[in-house]
Design a protein around this ligand. Structure first.
Ligand code: NAD
Length: 334
């Protein structure tokens, strides 16, 4: 039986843990918050996934050594801001060549690394780690729907196709279809930048704009993402796929999207900090914004939607003036 260790007991970690357990995997979940494990063990429910019941077969541990040892696959599902600290603590227990999957979406502000690169970076600090196998699993996938076994498509992206194929085989089931891609950076970039674009759509909705504005921001948001990705050496097709346009569509239109919700609150006049507190769960678009700005500068690409979101969140531009700022740009070809 495939043994899986899940690091992180937020909505995504738990939705995937349940799915894998229901599909016959031996699943153990670790959390940095012991109270959270106690509740999961006692109730077999997650507070943000109502109606979902966790199988009795699932195990829980607060001990990272126990989580990592003797596992065929380790799944990093903590929010992006905790990926490095979690990888740092876990690295000593991870065996060279152990299959690792990252589902956190973001780019690290200081290093501009993707989350898979952050994990690799921490593993390389431990002697004997020469064969890192980190796969990014990303796409249009809300935990609330995966928790109910609703049909979902996702991409397993790795530098080595064989690693992506292994992950495809472990996660794929009748409700969860997994594709592979060898453009890992492009796959992860889509997952990070789309959250910033979702903030812009939320702001537009909060201001009372309509579906024309929503479609415009999604499409031009994808143009910004693709421009940046191509400058970074990623493949154009990735941005037209599930982890690019697919994830943009779901994040910018779904009632489950926290980034969209946070954007709407900001469009109504709330500060970014207050919007984050009101949403109550991680808002990765706000976390990803500084890295998006730095990448834009480093690769010298135009990202006007990212610029406007940054200006609004840092208080330099009133949300109601944002549309004039975008509409008043120099006229150009599509
Ligand atoms: N929720 C989704 O539908 C979804 C889908 C795809 C990808 N993702 C990505 O998965 C990641 C996790 O998202 P989520 O929805 O589970 O977030 P969440 O807000 O539900 O996660 C919070 C969890 O983070 C963990 N945590 C808290 N403090 C920690 C610490 N100091 N160190 C380590 N872990 C700590 C705890 O287990 C807590 O439950 C994000 O990067 C998100 O973008 C989420």
């Amino acid at each position: 039986m495939t043994k899986v260790g899940v690091l992180g007991a937020g909505t995504w970690g738990i939705a995937l843990a349940r799915m894998l357990a229901v599909n016959g995997k031996d699943v153990t979940v670790w959390s940095a918050l012991p109270e959270e494990l106690k509740n999961l063990r006692a109730t077999r429910r997650h507070p943000n996934l109502p109606g979902m019941e966790l199988p009795e077969s699932m195990h829980y541990t607060a001990d990272l050594a126990e989580l990592c040892v003797n596992k065929d696959l380790l799944l990093f599902a903590v929010p992006s801001v905790f990926v490095r600290s979690t990888a740092k603590k876990a690295a000593q227990y991870i065996v060279d060549g152990q299959l690792i999957v990252d589902v956190a979406k973001g780019m690290e502000e200081k290093t501009l690394m993707s989350m898979s690169e952050v994990i690799e970076d921490e593993l390389k600090n431990v002697p004997g780690h020469e064969h890192c196998r980190v796969v990014a699993l990303s796409g249009p996938t809300h935990a609330e729907e995966v928790a109910r076994d609703l049909p979902t498509l996702i991409v397993a992206a790795a530098k080595a196709e064989q690693d992506a194929k292994e992950v495809q085989k472990i996660f794929n089931n009748q409700n969860f279809r997994v594709y592979t891609n060898t453009d890992r950076l492009g796959t992860e970039l889509g997952g990070a930048i789309k959250n910033v674009i979702a903030l812009s759509v939320g702001i537009a909705m909060g201001l009372g704009y309509g579906d024309n504005a929503k479609a415009a921001l999604i499409t031009r948001g994808n143009a910004e993402l693709s421009r940046l990705g191509m400058a970074m050496g990623c493949r154009a097709e990735t941005f037209a796929g599930l982890s690019g346009m697919g994830d943009l569509i779901v994040t910018c239109t779904s009632m489950h999207s926290r980034n969209l919700h946070a954007g709407m609150l900001i469009g109504h006049g709330m500060s970014a900090e207050d919007a984050k507190a009101e949403v109550g769960q991680v808002v990765e678009g706000i976390n990803a914004l500084p890295a998006a700005k730095r990448l834009e500068k480093k690769y010298k690409v135009e990202m006007p939607i990212v610029d406007v979101v940054d200006a609004i969140l840092s208080g330099k531009l009133a949300a109601r003036d944002a549309v004039a700022s975008l509409m008043g740009r120099n006229l150009k070809k599509e």
